[in-house]
Write a protein that binds this ligand. Structure first.
Ligand code: FRU
Length: 490
C-alpha cells in the first residue's frame, strides 16, 4: 500500500491461512500501527475529534439511563453464544452476562471486586424502556466458588473477570471466564504477583413466563494458566495480562473447539525482545525505525498477544496451548476480549485496546481493532488502511490522553465514552460507558452504551451512521436471534 506523506508504508500481509497447530504468529507491526496517527488530523483543535468519522463511534450523550436500576456497576458484557457465535435467546428470553460490582465502590475500584452477574429481558419486544428493559438476576456463581481453585488461599482479593458463555443441549451453560487472585500488601503493592486463570464452570439455565434463573456453577475447572513459553507469567512480569477466554468452532476444522484469549509475549519484563519483524518496515522506507531505536524509547515494555488454545475433551475442561495468533510487540500491551468473527468466508479477529497501553512512539484511540485473514491462524491484515483501527471512541491524538477520572482539558468529551466493545452478529457493537464529558464537566458510566453498527467489508470496517439515530442505536441493546451475515433492521 502507498504511504501517507510523512509516514511509513504499512507492512504487507498476505491473509494466508496456516494450520491452527502451526508455529506462525501474525504481527501487528509498528509500521501498521503508525497508520493510525497517519490518518489523524494534525490541525484538529482542542476538544475536536482528530480521527476519520468513518472509524469513529458516534458521540454518546451524557444523560444515559442505567440498565441495572441503580443496583450495580456494569461493564464488560456478553450474551449466550452457540459454537458459531450466533446469539440464541432462551425460551423467549434474552440473557446477558456482565462484570458487576457494588455501587458503593468508586467506579475505578471495580476491577478487584468484579463478579459475574446476569440480566434478562423478553426477546422480540418492539417498544422497550429507554434503559433496555433488563431485569438484574443477581450473581452467577455461588459464594466462594470461583476462589476455590487457588492453591494459595491467602489472597487479599479474589475476583471474576471476562469471558464468554456457551449454550449446549437445551439448557446446559458453560461459562468460560477469568478467575483472579490478588496477593497485595496494605499499600497496594504486590506481596506476590496476581494469579489469573482461565476457568470453566457448568450450570443450567431455566425460565418461566416471569423470568430466568441459573443453577449449578459450583465446580470450577481450572483450564489454563500462563506457561511462560508462549504466554507471559507473573514470574516474568508482575504486570502481565492473561484473561478473557472466548470459545468457538471453526467450520474449517469440524469437531474441534478453539479458544482465543488475551496474553503477552513470554519474555522477562525489560528484556530487549523486539525484532525487525515487529517493526515491519519495507527495506529503504525513509520513515522506518530500527528495533533498537524503538526499544531505546522503551517500546519493549508493551508486548500484547492474542492466544489460541484447542480443547482436548468433549466437556471442554481440558485445553492445550497453541502459539499465539497475533502479537503486538513494541506496539501495545493489551489486546483484550479477543473474538473470532466469520463473514463472507473471511476470519476477523476483533480485540479491544486502550490509548494508554500503546508503546512509545505509537498512538491510537480507545476502541475495537480488527484483523482479517483466511483462517483462525493467518497472516492477518489489519483493517482500515493497514492500521488495525476498526471503531475508536472520538479522540484527539494532538493532545494528551488524560484518564477516565481526570480527562485532559483538550480532549474530546467522548474519548473515554465507551470501552470493551464486542462485535455481535449483523455487525452490531455493544460496549460500556466509562466517562463522558470534558475535564470541567464529566460523568462516570457503569452501564452499557448505545449499540452501534459497523459494516464489515473485506479490509474495511466502517461505522453505519444510518443505524438508529445518527448511528446510535438503543441503550444496552444486546439482541438475540440474529445469525451471522444478516443485518437487522434498525
Ligand atoms: C476490559 C477488561 C478485561 C478484564 C476486565 C476486568 O475492560 O480489562 O480484559 O477481563 O476488564 O475488569
Amino acid at each position: 500500500a502507498a504511504a501517507v506523506p510523512g509516514y511509513p508504508a504499512p507492512t504487507e500481509h498476505t491473509q494466508k491461512a496456516y494450520d491452527p497447530e502451526d508455529d506462525f504468529t501474525a504481527k501487528w507491526t509498528r509500521a501498521d500501527a503508525r497508520q493510525i496517527k497517519a490518518m489523524s488530523n494534525p490541525n484538529a483543535p482542542s476538544r475536536a475529534n482528530s480521527m476519520p468519522e468513518e472509524y469513529t463511534m458516534p458521540t454518546v450523550p451524557q444523560d444515559f439511563p442505567d440498565m441495572s436500576n441503580e443496583q450495580v456497576w456494569v461493564w464488560d458484557s456478553w450474551t449466550l453464544t452457540d459454537g458459531s457465535s450466533a446469539q440464541p435467546s432462551f425460551k423467549g428470553w434474552e440473557v446477558v452476562f456482565s462484570l458487576v460490582a457494588d455501587r458503593k465502590l468508586g467506579f475505578d475500584d471495580r476491577h478487584t471486586y468484579a463478579k459475574l452477574g446476569y440480566f434478562y429481558r423478553k426477546a422480540d419486544v418492539a417498544e422497550r424502556p429507554k434503559n433496555g428493559g433488563w431485569t438484574y438476576g443477581g450473581l452467577v456463581f455461588p459464594d466462594g466458588a470461583s476462589g476455590a481453585i487457588f492453591e494459595d488461599q491467602s489472597f487479599s482479593h479474589q475476583t471474576e473477570w471476562s469471558g464468554s458463555t456457551r449454550i449446549f443441549d437445551g439448557n446446559k451453560l458453560r461459562i468460560f471466564y477469568t478467575a483472579v487472585a490478588f496477593y497485595r500488601n496494605e499499600d497496594g503493592s504486590n506481596r506476590k504477583p496476581y494469579d489469573p486463570r482461565l476457568v470453566q464452570s457448568e450450570g443450567r439455565i431455566f425460565a418461566d413466563d416471569k423470568g430466568v434463573w441459573l443453577t449449578g456453577f459450583r465446580d470450577q475447572h481450572d483450564m489454563l494458566k500462563a506457561d511462560g513459553e508462549y504466554y507471559q507469567t507473573g514470574a516474568q512480569n508482575e504486570f502481565f495480562n492473561f484473561r478473557d477466554p472466548f470459545t468457538f468452532e471453526d467450520p474449517a476444522h469440524p469437531g474441534k473447539t478453539y479458544m482465543v484469549f488475551e496474553g503477552n509475549s513470554a519474555f522477562p519484563r525489560g528484556e530487549r525482545s523486539c525484532t525487525e519483524e515487529d517493526m515491519g518496515y519495507a527495506p529503504g522506507d525513509p520513515y522506518a525505525e530500527t528495533a533498537d531505536q524503538a526499544m531505546d524509547m522503551g517500546a519493549h515494555f508493551q508486548l500484547a498477544n492474542v492466544g489460541l488454545a484447542v480443547a482436548e475433551n468433549a466437556a471442554l475442561t481440558k485445553w492445550r496451548f497453541l502459539p499465539p495468533i497475533l502479537s503486538a510487540n513494541c506496539v501495545n500491551d493489551q489486546t483484550e476480549r479477543p473474538q473470532i468473527y466469520i463473514k463472507d468466508g473471511k476470519y476477523y479477529l476483533f480485540t479491544i485496546t486502550h490509548r494508554s497501553t500503546y508503546a512509545a512512539g505509537i498512538d491510537g484511540p480507545e476502541g475495537v481493532y480488527g484483523f482479517v485473514g483466511d483462517g483462525i491462524r493467518s497472516d492477518f491484515q489489519p483493517v482500515n488502511r493497514g492500521s488495525g483501527l476498526a471503531l475508536g471512541s472520538p479522540s484527539n491524538l494532538n493532545f494528551a490522553v488524560g484518564t477516565p477520572f481526570a480527562p485532559d482539558y483538550n480532549q474530546h468529551p467522548g474519548q473515554f465514552q465507551a470501552y470493551s466493545h464486542y462485535v455481535m452478529p449483523g455487525g452490531l457493537v455493544q460496549s460500556f460507558i466509562d466517562t463522558i464529558g470534558t475535564s470541567d464537566n464529566f460523568v462516570r458510566g457503569g452501564t452499557l452504551a448505545p449499540t452501534v453498527r459497523v459494516d464489515i467489508n473485506g479490509n474495511a470496517v466502517t461505522v453505519d451512521r444510518s443505524y438508529g439515530k445518527n448511528g446510535l442505536g438503543a441503550w444496552a441493546d444486546i439482541p438475540s436471534g440474529y445469525a451471522h451475515e444478516i443485518a437487522p433492521t434498525p
